[in-house]
Design a protein. Structure first.
Length: 272
């Protein structure tokens, strides 16, 4: 090849300005050193490409394993024997608290259904409250079974009064109970108590009226029990109805999020 006729002073000048374009430079025009450089560069690029592909495959494999692992975690389902907003909020809040200890509760679903019980609309003692909570849990279980549905845990919540005489003086408390069962075992949990003003207690007990109606009159608001409840009115919203039920549920659900402790206790009792 005549480099002068092509406008280049020498072969090195030709390589500098044209480079390794296969259309302009044939293999016969390259030195062995040039061929080694070209081959090394190609091998380097191929190596980088293979590394990139391997990295993508590794990430994809890890992602698939992670997704598969997540899909293996069964989502818990909780059925509530009521459709009251405050009670639904209590269930969700208690589940969120439990999920901090046990991540399997994090994706729990809540199913709420209206049910009937045999206790008075306004329970006036602990027995009625506990019986009402239990009946609600069993009623929602039966309701779902009839619909060919099921849940991992069935819960019932009941709020009302409990009165007790201390040294001849009667004290009436607003309190609540929770009951949780998986169909095989069940447990109760109690909410905190707050003293009910005597005038308000008298309107409910002697007047045979439901607390929800009386508290609406006293507070001047409507449907208080679906929001802060009598608890919120009496405590100036430091504690709401939902918050009181939340604590009762955390107590009632203890055998289900802390099974080792309760199974150990049961084993100890049976061994005696």
């Amino acid at each position: 090849m005549d480099y002068n006729n092509e406008g280049f002073e020498s072969q090195d000048d030709f390589r500098t300005n044209v480079g390794h374009d296969n259309n302009l430079l044939s293999p016969q025009g390259l030195t062995s050193r040039d061929m080694v450089r070209v081959t090394s560069a190609a091998i380097g690029q191929l190596h980088q490409l293979l590394l990139a592909c391997a990295t993508l495959i590794l990430h994809a494999t890890r992602s698939d394993k992670l997704n598969h692992s997540n899909s293996q975690v069964a989502r818990r389902s909780i059925a509530l024997g009521s459709d009251r907003a405050a009670k639904i909020m209590a269930v969700r809040a208690s589940v969120a608290r439990i999920a901090e200890l046990d991540p399997t509760w994090a994706q729990a679903t809540v199913v709420a259904r209206t049910v009937n019980t045999s206790i008075p609309a306004m329970p006036l003692n602990d027995w009625q409250l506990m019986q009402g909570a239990r009946e609600r849990a069993l009623a929602v279980r039966d309701l779902l079974v009839n619909q060919r549905l099921s849940a991992d845990v069935y819960v019932g919540l009941e709020g009302g009064f409990h009165s007790i005489s201390i040294e001849g003086e009667w004290h009436t408390f607003l309190r609540g109970w929770a009951y949780a069962t998986d169909g095989k075992r069940g447990a109760f949990g109690a909410a905190p108590s707050i003293t009910v003003p005597e005038s308000l207690a008298r309107k409910v007990i002697e007047g045979r009226r439901e607390l929800g109606l009386v508290i609406d009159e006293v507070s001047g608001k409507q449907d208080v029990r679906s929001r802060q409840g009598a608890w919120g009115v009496l405590s100036r919203d430091l504690v709401t109805r939902s918050m009181s039920f939340e604590l009762a549920l955390i107590a009632a659900l203890a055998p289900f999020y802390n099974p080792k402790m309760y199974e150990q206790s049961a084993s100890t009792e049976s061994a005696r």
